[in-house]
Design a binder for this molecule. Structure first.
Ligand SMILES: Nc1ncnc2c1ncn2[C@@H]1O[C@H](COP(=O)(O)OP(=O)(O)OP(=O)(O)O)[C@@H](O)[C@H]1O
Length: 301
């Protein structure tokens, strides 16, 4: 269980984190999304005990993480920019991980070698491609059998087959051992397939935190074919976006979908055609960020 209560962090007077609240239960696969500079990597560096917050609380399984070596031994972290020692090859890094993590499982290391056929374990890792370096980081981290895995842009730079493989391995660890996963990524299409919870960050805060299914239930696209102008919805709904083509109106709405249909039929008559369409995580992100004043601007020349 990860609990973050009102965490604040400033760098040179700039607030990178401005009161972050975040909750991740054991066994959750939690996707952390947000625009560039939202504070995702900064909060991740707090969850891994690299940074100490200026204010607020961070508890992992009820314990503070900063300078808590025992708790850090239960967490595997793959940063966006991976560090390897100069001249080290995969075997040497594996021995380093074994020394660092009591839970490192040598059998898993050799068993998993077949998943990474392109990695020459005797070759200097720094000479491997960026994607191969990511593979090694993932391979070593999985062998730790961590309670919590924290990943910053985990599949960035990996080819499609390897991406699928990495997600499969990750999800089977979640299923078999109830591992908790926090993933920061801009690849919302892939996150949607693996995450069960989502936190949307903006300007140093988590502005929305929900299960993915709740999030998708609560915001939807509604298409209404009707005469007599824009369909009306009560104040119980927030309309995030509206457009129309002829007499077909498309609304992106936050609220209860059944009630929305009832209200539109009451407003426009029973013969009105109302169609409800689910939104992808990427669409939800774009519309929610539009409401938070960060939207795709029309380009006019
Ligand atoms: N070590 C640092 N020193 C100074 N400013 C920092 C430092 N780390 C982060 N920041 C600032 O904190 C803010 C949040 O940065 P962060 O890297 O956490 O964003 P992010 O959400 O991970 O962005 P991205 O999606 O681009 O990776 C930015 O304004 C960044 O410039």
């Amino acid at each position: 269980m990860i609990e973050v209560n009102h965490v604040i962090k400033s760098f040179d007077g700039i607030r990178a984190l401005d009161g972050v609240d975040m909750h991740v239960n054991q066994g959750d696969v939690y996707g952390l999304v947000g625009p560039n500079g939202a504070g995702k990597s900064t909060i991740i560096r707090h969850l891994t005990g690299i940074y100490r917050q200026d204010a607020g609380e961070i508890f992992i399984n009820g314990e503070e993480i900063f300078e808590n070596a025992q708790m850090k031994g239960k967490i595997a972290y793959i940063p966006d920019e991976i560090f390897y020692f100069m001249q080290a090859n995969t075997m040497e890094m594996m021995r380093y991980y074994r020394g660092l993590y009591a839970s490192f499982d040598l059998k898993t290391f050799y068993r998993m070698q077949e998943f990474f056929p392109n990695i020459d374990v005797k070759r200097n890792i720094r000479n491997l491609s960026k994607g191969m370096q990511k593979q090694v980081a993932f391979w070593l981290s999985i062998c730790v059998h961590p309670e919590i895995m924290i990943l910053d842009e985990p599949v960035d730079g990996l080819d499609p087959v390897m991406r699928r493989q990495i997600w499969n391995i990750l999800l089977s660890e979640v299923e078999e051992r109830n591992m908790t996963v926090v993933i920061s990524s801009h690849n919302l299409r892939e996150l949607e397939d693996v995450c069960d919870h989502v936190g949307i960050m903006n300007k140093g805060k988590v502005m929305i935190e929900r299960s993915l299914s709740d999030l998708q239930d609560n915001i939807f696209k509604i298409q209404v074919a009707c005469f007599g102008g824009i369909p009306h919805l009560s104040e119980n709904f927030k309309i995030l976006h509206m457009s129309n083509t002829g007499r077909v109106h498309t609304l992106i709405v936050r609220g209860d979908r059944d009630v929305a249909v009832q209200e539109i039929l009451a407003d426009k008559g029973e013969k009105t055609i109302v169609d409800i369409l689910p939104l992808t995580l990427e669409e939800i992100f774009i519309y929610e960020m539009g409401g938070a004043d960060y939207e795709v601007k029309e380009i006019l020349f």
